[in-house]
Design a binder for this molecule. Structure first.
Ligand code: MSP
Length: 655
């Protein structure tokens, strides 16, 4: 049970480092950032944690492919996430990596404790295993005829010694807990999903592997490594000092909330909670599950080339428009569709038109009619002040329920009302009338508009902190809104402030120009997609061919000797390949997966008798063979098919 202390501990999932950061990752982290900033402004002691999940089979395989150690790989790649959080202005208090020494120590301590109390025991694990991928495949995700869903090869039943967590023992206790704590899983649809899953029964869970090396060793039995999810979930406890700082742990743990995507709620609402019950530790206050983002209505995938890159979006449209869009566009908990058209729509209407214009008009009028000084007035109350009061409490309600879109909608209700207030009160008319009555009314109107902007800036600070700061500065106020307390707002107290020069907050995007540049981008993408489909022709279709047909394909061993960027293309590299008897230029759609350094010197298999094709104006003479593999994060990775024997002469025929 949570106490009444003003403490708030919020966590994002820790992200797999074998994936490039995309808007899905950005969304969870921005949502946690907004709630953290909001709670700080409500006077809470906030601890906001994010980090990276760095163990497991896929990392080991990716490192092997790059001929570096897994540690070297994760040291290089986790930085992508750290950089993104900087770019997105994320205010996390800690960044945990599962390879941190503090974490390894905590996981081993917990594992040992559970062995000692009899909740982890040794047994035999049996399951469907993909030998080439070295991974177990749950029956629910097997392909047709018991094949691997990633590589399509047949699975074999494998048995190995494994440690098991006695999960089943704690299920009744967990059901009873959830029955009493209806807000422990949000939204309700996820609560119901978990309850019916729990009631259908939970088996003891295998929590170690002997088939894998890259993980935390089981203490005292080092041929086993701890299963990656068992290791990963513990990060939330490590970070607040479970194993070495009991004071910090006691302070934060009973206030912990986990924000996660809907795909990983079973881990968080079943496995994790059963582990915590076994450890005798308080259960999290809430697990909040959000929906998934698609792009223009389609699932994002590397091979489709439609993974939305948050770095690019920020570069093209600006940070705060991107943050605003993600939080405003979908009701929290629902799936959402990301489209640049919708983003541009929001920039022009909500940000440039509604918010930007209100600020501009108000500042100009204070400048023109009151020489830039916010006037005083006898009674500052108005229907704007009444609305503002309601909205402050509505926003609070929304934030307590993680309804970011509703909170923003409410703030825009105030902004919209203030814009209307200008039209209704017509300050330009009041200004022309020198009577003391009109002048007093003008003072009241200007003060009310100013206060609406001041409160809007404060309320917006958790969502779009930079913009809020810019508004604050233009209003001539000291300090930074994110460091203020929302509850300390006093309507009317700003009179006497000297405003600064009005500057455009968000330039309107010229839709015609924007559409032109989008069309050019789309044309470019289409030509790349055509090339890709020519390249992968026949590989998708499941029809039989005879041996003659197969022999018509000429494949030879080749070596990549030069890799050039094609600036206009996100997917293609221009490669020079050496066939021993000649060199050729090949355009290959593998840019998203490899750096030029990783490719240069690689021995590959080249289809040599493919009709030449013009890609991005370059003639391509052949196709390099590669296979796609799905990572644990369900995104795709590409592996080049290379001859095992590197001494094979270049040009050797493959049959
Ligand atoms: N490493 C695990 C989490 C361990 S937490 C103890 C993991 N990592 S992940 O990188 O694959 O996913 C991290 C989060 O990103 C998940 O919450 C997942 O739901 C979210 N998303 C991944 N793709 C997404 C979208 N397309 N849209 C929204 N969120 C998505 O799972």
């Amino acid at each position: 049970m949570e106490s009444n202390e003003k403490i708030f501990y919020i966590t994002t999932p820790i992200y797999y480092v074998n994936d490039i950061p995309h808007i899905g990752h950005a969304y969870t982290t921005i949502a946690c950032d907004a709630i953290s900033r909001y709670k700080r402004m409500k006077g809470y002691d906030v601890h906001f944690l994010t980090g990276t999940d760095e163990h497991g089979q896929k990392i080991q395989a990716a490192a092997e492919a790059k001929k570096i150690t897994p540690q070297e790989l994760v040291d290089q790649i986790h930085v992508n996430f750290k950089n993104l959080w900087q770019v997105l202005n994320i205010s996390n208090d800690d960044f945990i990596r599962t390879t941190d020494e503090r974490h390894v120590r905590t996981v081993q301590k917990i594992f040992r404790q559970l062995i000692d109390q009899g909740d982890i025991y040794k047994g035999t694990y049996s399951g469907y295993y993909c030998v080439p991928d070295e991974t177990y495949v749950p029956e629910s995700s097997m392909g047709p005829n018991k094949t691997c869903p990633d590589c399509g090869r047949p699975l074999t039943i494998m048995e190995e010694e494994s440690y098991f967590f006695r999960a089943s023992k704690y299920v009744p206790e967990l059901i009873a807990y959830y029955e009493k704590n209806l807000r422990a899983i949000l939204p309700e649809i996820r609560y119901n999903e978990i309850m019916s899953f729990l009631k259908s029964g939970v088996r003891d869970q295998s929590v170690s592997r002997t088939t894998l090396k890259w993980g935390i060793p089981v203490p005292g039995d080092e041929k086993h490594v701890i299963y990656v999810w068992f290791d990963a979930l513990i990060n939330y406890m490590t970070a607040v000092g479970y194993s070495d700082d009991p004071e910090t742990f006691a302070k934060y743990w009973s206030h912990v909330r986990h924000m996660v995507g809907k795909d990983i709620i079973r881990f968080h609402c079943v496995t994790w909670q059963l582990m915590l019950l076994a450890l005798g530790v308080v259960l999290p206050v809430e697990v909040i599950a959000h929906g998934w983002w698609t792009y223009n209505g389609e699932k994002m995938s590397k091979s489709k080339g439609n993974v939305v890159n948050p770095f690019e979006m920020v570069q093209e449209y600006g940070l705060d428009p991107f943050r605003y869009f993600l939080l405003r566009e979908v009701p929290f908990g629902n799936d959402g569709d990301f489209s640049e058209t919708a983003l541009v729509g929001r920039i022009n209407s909500d940000l440039a038109n509604d918010l930007g214009n209100l600020l501009n008009r108000t500042l100009q009028m204070i400048n023109n009619y009151r020489s830039g000084i916010v006037p005083a007035c006898e009674n500052s109350a108005s229907n704007l002040s009444e609305l503002a009061e309601k909205i402050i409490s509505k926003v609070d309600d929304c934030m307590n329920n993680y309804c970011f879109d509703e909170a923003l909608k409410s703030i825009w209700e105030l902004i919209g009302r203030a814009n209307k207030f200008i039209d209704e009160t017509m300050p330009w008319k009041l200004a022309k009338d020198a009577s003391s009555e009109s002048q007093a009314k003008l003072n009241q109107v200007l003060l009310n508009l100013y206060e609406s902007l001041r409160i809007s800036a404060l309320l917006l600070a958790p969502f779009i902190p930079d913009t809020s700061k810019r508004i604050w500065q233009q209003l001539g106020l000291d300090g930074e809104p994110v460091k203020m307390f929302i509850d300390k707002f006093e309507w009317g107290s700003a009179s006497g402030a000297k405003i600064n020069k009005a500057e455009v907050l968000f330039p309107r995007i010229d839709l015609k120009e924007w559409q032109k540049s989008q069309d050019a981008k789309l044309a470019q993408k289409k030509s790349e997609a055509n090339i890709m489909s020519v390249m992968s022709e026949n590989t998708q279709e499941n029809h039989e061919i005879d041996i003659e047909e197969f022999h018509r394909v000429e494949m030879r061993v080749a070596k990549i000797i030069k890799v050039e960027e094609i600036k206009r293309s996100k997917k293609l590299y221009k490669l020079e390949v050496d066939l021993g008897y000649e060199t050729r230029t090949v355009c290959s759609g593998i840019k998203a997966f490899f750096t030029p350094e990783e490719l240069e010197g690689k021995h590959v298999i080249l289809v040599t008798n493919l009709k030449p094709a013009k890609l991005c104006g370059i003639e391509s003479n052949g196709m390099i063979l590669a296979a796609t593999v799905k990572t644990e994060g369900n995104t795709e990775q590409l592996t080049l098919i290379t001859p095992e024997d590197k001494s094979l002469p270049l040009g050797s025929l493959v049959s």
